[in-house]
Write a protein that binds this ligand. Sequence first.
Ligand code: TXA
Ligand code: MG
Length: 354
Amino acid sequence: MNTQIKKITPESLEMAKNLLLEGQVVAFPTETVYGLGAYAYSQEGIARIYEAKGRPSDNPLIVHIAPNFDLLQIAREVPEGAKALMERFWPGPMTLIMPKNRETIADTVTGGLDTVAIRMPSDPSAMALLSYTGMPIVAPSANTSGRPSPTSAMHVYEDMQGKIPLILDGGSCQVGVESTIVDLTDEKPLVLRPGGITLEMLREVIPEIDLDPAVKQVRSVDASVVPKAPGMKYRHYAPKGYLILTQETPEEVARDLEEDLQTISGDKLGVIATDEFWQEMLKAAPQLEGQVAMISLGSRRDDMETVAKRLFGALRQADELTLSRFYGEAFSREGVGEAVMNRFRKASSEWRER
Ligand code: TXA
Ligand code: MG
C-alpha cells in the first residue's frame, strides 16, 4: 500500500472522510500525539487499527469527538463531576471514562469493558477532521505497539509506511505526551494515566481526585497493584539499548560514563537530558564530548512543557543512533513532570534513586 502524507486541506479532509467510511484507517495529528483513526462504528476499521499497530485486542481505544457531537450517542450517561471537568478542560488533552452506550459502541472498541474512553481534542487539525466528517473516531497513538508514540507525521511514517493509506500532517504536537485519563465511574475519582492536564489542575475542580495507585509507583515493584487502564500495564516502549533513568547529579553520571568507557568496549553510550545537565557533565568530564551521544530535551529554562514535547522524539533518536547504553535525566514529578516520568520510566531498564 502506498502511504500518502498530506497537509490539511478541503481535498485531504474529503479523502480522509471517504477512507474512514470505507473502513480504512487514517493517521491524524492531535495536541498530544498522532492518532491512528478509524470510524468508531466500522468493525473493519477497528480491526485494521489493531492489525496496523500490532496491538493486543484487550487494550481498549479512545473515541474522539468534535465539540458539537452528542455525547449520549456513545455514553449511556455522563457521570457526576464529568460536566465540570469537560467545561474546564475540553477541548483539550483529557480523556474521560464513561459508561458506554451498548447499542453503538462495540466490544472491540472497549476490550469488552462496559465503559468507554472519550476525548475532545483541541488541535485545529484534529478538530477540522472531526467536524468535517461529523464522525466519532477511535484512535490509539499511531505508533507500532512497543515504539514511542509519534509526535510528528514523520514518526508516523516510520512506523506505518505501507500499512495505511493516509497520514494527515499538522506539524509537531504541542503537548507531546498522551492525554490525561480520568475515571469518574467509581466512587473514588482517579487519574488512570497522567498527561498534559495535571493532577494539580484537576484538583482545582475535583479536590479529592487522586492518581491510580498503580500509576503512583515509580517502578512497578508490586505486581499485585494492577492499573485500571488496561494499556498502562504494558511496558510500552522497550528501547533496543539499556536505559538507566537516574536521579544522580550530572557529575555522578559523568563518572558513571567514564567508568563505562573503561570497562565496556564496543558499547555506544549516550545521555538523554536537558542542555544544562549536559553542560554540567562536560564541566566535570570534558573528555566525554565526542565519545558520548547527547540527545537534548531542550533547556531547563524552558520548563517541563518543552521536555514533555521532546521526550518521545528523543527516545526514537536513541534507537536511530543505536545507543546500547544510555542515561536519562530524572525530573520532579510535579505538574506535567508526572506524565514525563511515567513515560520515561516505562522506557527504562533501570531506575537509580538518590
Ligand atoms: O492523547 C491520547 O489519548 C492519544 C491521542 C491519539 O488521542 N491516544 C492514545 O490512545 O493515547 P492509546 O490507545 O495509545 O491509549 C489509550 C489508553 C490505554 O491505556 C487504554 O487502556 C485506556 O486508554 N483506555 C481506553 N478505554 C478505557 C476504558 N474504558 N477504561 C479504562 N482505560 C481505558
Ligand atoms: Mg499508545
